[in-house]
Design a protein around this ligand. Structure first.
Ligand SMILES: [Zn+2]
Length: 248
């Protein structure tokens, strides 16, 4: 089996107290060897780039999470425009809209639009975060033609096959994570079974959704079971999809 790619793992999360990098050895033992670490807060961007420099197979996706839209400033925008030129930076993330936390939607939308423009200028794909905001986020992606211009991943997807198909049509990949392993998951298994293979990528969203990086392998096994294909084929497909998007 070729090694897997974790397209969304917060190795720098404060909860891990600086030990995120120690998880890589365990991940590699379980045949996971490439990791994309998304940004959350402005203060964490330098750490992301440091991680990408320190560890083989680790790539950074700096960006401001919508919950922290209040941290956006001229200085932050400037720093992001500089960071996109770093060789370890493969995407802008995680960016989007969050209807449950953070500043008012108008402020989140303004931030999202500015970060999407930076992604377009840099020619980098985006890692999208959406909570209780699927419709508004889809509208902005459609309006700015992000899928055609740079593409990206709708991270932590949990929606219906119908929404997934719209995203695929718009040029996005579906980030399949540990939600798939929940016994009560209904919509996501349907989407994972029916979507074109070229749309699927894997993620743990550790530490929020997984405690160990090996959970990615459990997600991959579940995808194999749902689609009636081998784990090796899932690895082949999802690793190729991630490689083509991020240009590792
Ligand atoms: Zn995340």
């Amino acid at each position: 089996m070729i090694p897997l790619v974790d397209t969304h793992i917060h190795l720098d999360a404060p909860e891990l107290q600086g030990t995120g990098i120690n998880l890589l050895a365990e991940a590699r033992r379980r045949r996971i060897d490439t990791f994309v670490v998304p940004g959350v807060q402005f203060s964490g961007w330098q750490r992301l780039v440091d991680l990408a420099e320190q560890a083989t197979g680790v790539y950074a996706a700096p960006g401001l999470h919508p919950a922290y839209a209040g941290q956006w400033s001229v200085q932050a925008a400037q720093q992001l425009r500089v960071l996109v030129n770093h060789p370890g930076v493969v995407a802008i993330g995680e960016i989007g809209l969050d209807g449950a936390v953070g500043p008012p939607m108008s402020e989140q939308e303004q931030l999202l639009r500015e970060q999407l423009q930076i992604a377009i200028s840099a020619g980098l794909p985006v890692l999208l975060h959406a909570r209780r905001a699927t419709g508004p986020l889809l509208d902005i992606l459609r309006e700015l033609e992000i899928g055609n211009k740079v593409g990206g991943i709708w991270h932590g997807f949990s929606g219906s096959l119908q929404v997934a198909q719209q995203l695929v049509q718009l040029g996005f990949k579906i980030g399949v994570g540990p939600i798939l392993l929940r016994g009560n998951a209904r919509k996501l298994p349907q989407a994972v079974s029916a979507l074109p293979a070229s749309a699927l990528v894997l993620e743990t969203d550790l530490p929020d959704m997984a405690e160990t990086p090996g959970t990615l392998l459990d997600v991959a096994c579940k995808v194999a079971e749902l689609r009636g294909i081998s784990l090796a084929t899932v690895a082949q497909i999802t690793t190729e999809n991630a490689g083509r998007l991020f240009k590792f």
